[in-house]
Design a protein around this ligand. Structure first.
Ligand code: ADP
Length: 506
């Protein structure tokens, strides 16, 4: 991007950005693939555009990796793995390098936050306070694990000594979505590296920038070449080649349930280990005895954070009949008070959706909701901005659990408020879904909360809070929300395999 018109268009695409480092990064376009410690163009020479969804202008061109590039990435990853450049490093050295990556993320937090907001559209307020610190924290958390991955000695017959080794799985393909680009990259890369694996990460085509920048920081931290490859590209192409590749040992995927099923099928060829974190249609339950201001705020966060593009969003808000009108009034007031606009403005609380495709999808659900007889108590329309993929925060009332807007994942700022009669009714309705990622319960009656928490078929339950995620605790789905647990010590199970060793004694 050297020409005057290119730099003028970059200036216009990034209007409001303050980080000179982010702008410098964007100027060196097209962005390349990280393979074997070097930045290389795609073999086909093809690139694709990544846009700022707040103004629909091009931020950068990005290498379009496909099968040939994945083959190349796997070749070098395999070599790095077999040479044991990483797995045989002392665990303390691996800890040190992962901590260094965490430090570098923190040192570059302002730049990374702006890049994330430019590429994804999420408010800077969120990227600076949630995504980027969360990514650093994840690397730091798993840095500690590198020195704490234990085998066991087992109660074998006295003529034998039996012990287990926890070994890395090998070459891991990791395919991530666009909703929390850097955070998802860190959830994938950090535990895999802590366990001694090598990785090939494919960021989402809508939001490749922070993963590329993370790749640069990983090189700066001094990881051996071939340990981390970043292959940008599309789902069919780069993503599918990873899922199918005969020399990849494990694939970890976060994305839609639909694509999760394709990944599972594609992985059958060489029986890859698979972990899937997929969609959701999570219930968020409000009882009349809840602390109402807290429940309204928490429910608003539950559905409107990141424009509702969150797999565990509390998109079905179940409210007991006696407080239904009062609660939905308050939630609607809070929704209409969220400042919609340029996400780089620190006061903005809701930016655009990530892409035109997503904008069209969510508009389709707004239409479907109205056609099915739900009422938009607030919102229900696209935002009024001149450009960009904005949707007004929306609260639908008069929803029942069989409507399309209550059954399908919208992935937008759309709450479907559904009345319920009693505990049994709400547990039944909450579980009446193909998904099972998360759930929320708001009540001051702790017995009721704990009882319901047991009955909900969901991988995470929040009581009197919502959307809290911390690397200390596992995250993943029941039912068609996926399988395998990321975060916490559970991610170590995903990225290690166990070897049992018998030795005859005497
Ligand atoms: P969304 O519908 O939210 O965009 P997707 O599940 O389509 O989510 O995408 C999540 C990730 O999966 C992205 O990195 C995307 O490129 C990738 N992907 C999409 N289709 C495929 C596929 N057929 N095989 C492998 N990866 C895919």
């Amino acid at each position: 991007m050297a020409s005057a018109s290119a730099s003028a268009s970059l200036e216009s695409a990034t209007r409001g950005a303050k980080s000179s480092a982010a702008l410098e990064f964007l100027k060196s376009s097209p962005k390349k693939l990280l393979i074997n410690g070097k930045w290389v163009p795609s073999k086909s020479g093809k690139t694709f555009e990544t846009l700022n969804p707040a103004n629909e202008q091009v931020l950068a061109l990005v290498a379009e990796g496909d099968k040939a590039d994945v083959d190349e990435a796997v070749k070098y990853a395999r070599k790095a793995y077999e040479d044991a450049k990483w797995a045989n490093l002392s665990p303390h050295a691996r800890t040190g390098l992962l901590l260094k990556i965490a430090d570098l993320i923190e040192q570059h937090a302002d730049e990374l936050a702006e890049l994330e907001t430019l590429d994804n559209g999420k408010p800077l307020f969120e990227s600076r306070n949630i995504d980027i610190p969360g990514a650093a924290e994840t690397f730091r958390y798993y840095a500690g694990f590198a020195t704490k991955i234990y085998g066991e000695t087992n109660p074998s017959d006295p003529s034998m000594f039996n012990y287990t080794l926890r070994e890395p799985v090998g070459v891991c393909g990791q395919i991530i979505p666009w909703n929390f680009p850097l955070l998802m990259a860190s959830w994938k890369i950090a535990p895999a590296l802590a366990c001694g694996n090598v990785v090939i990460l494919k960021p989402a085509e809508q939001t490749p920038l922070t993963a590329i920048r993370l790749g640069e920081l990983i090189c700066e931290a001094g990881l051996p070449e071939g340990v981390v490859q970043i292959v940008t590209g599309f789902g069919p192409g780069a993503g599918s080649s990873i899922a199918e590749h005969p020399d990849i040992d494990k694939v970890a995927f976060t994305g839609s349930t639909e694509v999760g099923k394709l990944i599972l099928q594609a992985s059958a060829g060489n029986l890859k280990r698979v972990s899937l974190e997929l969609g959701g249609k999570s219930p968020n339950i409000i009882f009349p005895d809840a602390d109402m201001p807290a429940a309204v705020f928490g429910s608003s966060l539950g559905i409107f954070l990141n424009q509702g593009q969150v797999c565990c969003a509390g998109s079905r808000v179940f409210v007991q009949e006696s407080v239904y009108d009062q609660f939905t009034d308050s939630l609607s007031k809070m929704a209409s008070g969220l400042t919609l606009g340029n996400p780089l403005d620190p006061n903005t609380r809701m930016g655009p959706l990530v892409s035109k495709e997503q904008h069209d999808r969510v508009k389709g659900y707004l239409k479907a909701g109205k056609e099915e007889g739900a009422k938009a108590k607030t919102g229900g329309e696209p935002g009024k901005q001149e450009a960009g993929y904005f949707i007004q925060p929306t609260v639908f009332t008069g929803v029942n659990n069989q409507m399309k807007i209550a059954r399908e994942e919208i992935f937008g700022p759309v709450a479907s408020a559904i009345p319920f009669k009693d505990e049994a009714d709400v547990v039944f309705q909450s579980n009446d879904t193909t998904y099972g990622l998360a759930a929320g319960v708001w009540t001051k009656d702790i017995n009721r909360a704990l009882t319901i928490a047991r009955k909900l078929k969901a991988g995470t339950v929040w009581i009197n809070t919502y959307s809290v995620l911390d690397p200390i605790s596992p995250f993943g789905g029941y039912k068609q929300s996926g399988f395998g647990r990321e975060l916490g010590k559970y991610a170590i199970d995903l990225y290690t395999q166990i070897k049992s060793v018998y030795a005859r004694i005497g």
